[in-house]
Design a protein around this ligand. Structure first.
Ligand code: GLP
Length: 260
């Protein structure tokens, strides 16, 4: 079962950053899986703070993003290449050549998924994958119906996701309808999954993902198939969890030697 921890967004960011920075200290060639969206933004800021304060060598750290829009250029401020560049690469001080986003280039679209999978494999796989979750339960851009064994490929966004992501664009018509995303199978190959969710709008998706049936209709539920999942959610996002009191009790009684 996933370890489910209830924390405020800021506490969650600090806890996630501490875990990731300690792991980088133990393994300077750490491979970090990064997510876009608003959820992990504070985590990246906290990692950057710790890296600076503790003078951590991140020159060999590699990062792989979950997904990218297809249909806007890499230079567009809302391309995930740019979002990751600003929030992860530049802020934390990673070497740009060590940071990867799937290629949305239409000319190479047929092979882009396999190429990205090969790159992840060549890096030794993702050590820790940060995940947010969409209101419809999507992880990466794996919308409901995504195969639980899927690899990196092109997907079409749902209307709900287009509406949610319209806030980053001038209008909903500017949100690309297509994307290239790591598959659920790809995500499940990461060694540790760190699922974050904040706010009431995520409560249903979180309850479904962590306590509901494992189903492609709620792609986030695939985390139940993974042996090492840590979910850190705030009280609002955790409010629909049936066994909430039990998760709190487990965490309160967590032995000091047990890392997340
Ligand atoms: C986006 C991203 C996901 C992200 C999710 C939630 O569309 N592709 O990786 O987890 O939707 O976004 P937010 O964190 O802004 O709620």
């Amino acid at each position: 079962m996933a370890e489910i921890i209830i924390k405020s967004e800021q506490e969650a960011a600090e806890m996630a950053a501490r875990t990731i920075v300690d792991a980088i200290k133990a393994n300077p060639e750490f491979v970090l899986g990064v997510a876009t969206g608003s959820t992990p933004i504070k985590v990246y800021a906290e990692i950057a703070k710790l890296v600076k304060a503790e003078n951590v060598d991140v020159s060999k750290v590699k990062a792989f993003a979950l997904d990218e829009y297809v249909g806007i250029s890499k230079d567009h401020p809302e391309s995930y290449y740019q979002v990751i560049k600003v929030n992860v690469t530049d802020q934390i001080g990673l070497r740009p050549e060590n940071v990867n986003t799937p290629s949305p280039d239409i000319k190479t679209v047929a092979t882009a998924g396999a190429d990205y999978e090969a790159k992840i494999k060549a890096a030794g796989g993702v050590d820790l994958q940060i995940l947010g979750i969409g209101r419809d339960g999507h992880v990466g851009f794996n919308e409901p119906g995504s195969s639980l064994a899927s690899s990196t490929r092109i997907k079409t966004l749902t209307q709900e996701t287009l509406e949610d992501n319209a806030r980053f664009f001038d209008s909903i018509d500017d949100v690309p309808k297509h994307c290239i995303t790591q598959g659920i199978g790809t995500i499940l190959r990461a060694k540790h999954l760190l699922l974050l969710a904040f706010g009431e709008s995520k409560a249903e998706a979180i309850a479904g993902a962590l306590e509901g049936a494992v189903t492609s209709s709620l792609p986030g539920s695939a985390v139940q198939l993974h042996p090492h999942v840590t979910a850190i959610v705030d009280p609002a996002a955790g409010s629909k969890l049936k066994n909430l009191e039990y998760y709190k009790w487990v965490y309160e009684n967590k032995p000091s030697w047990d890392a997340i």
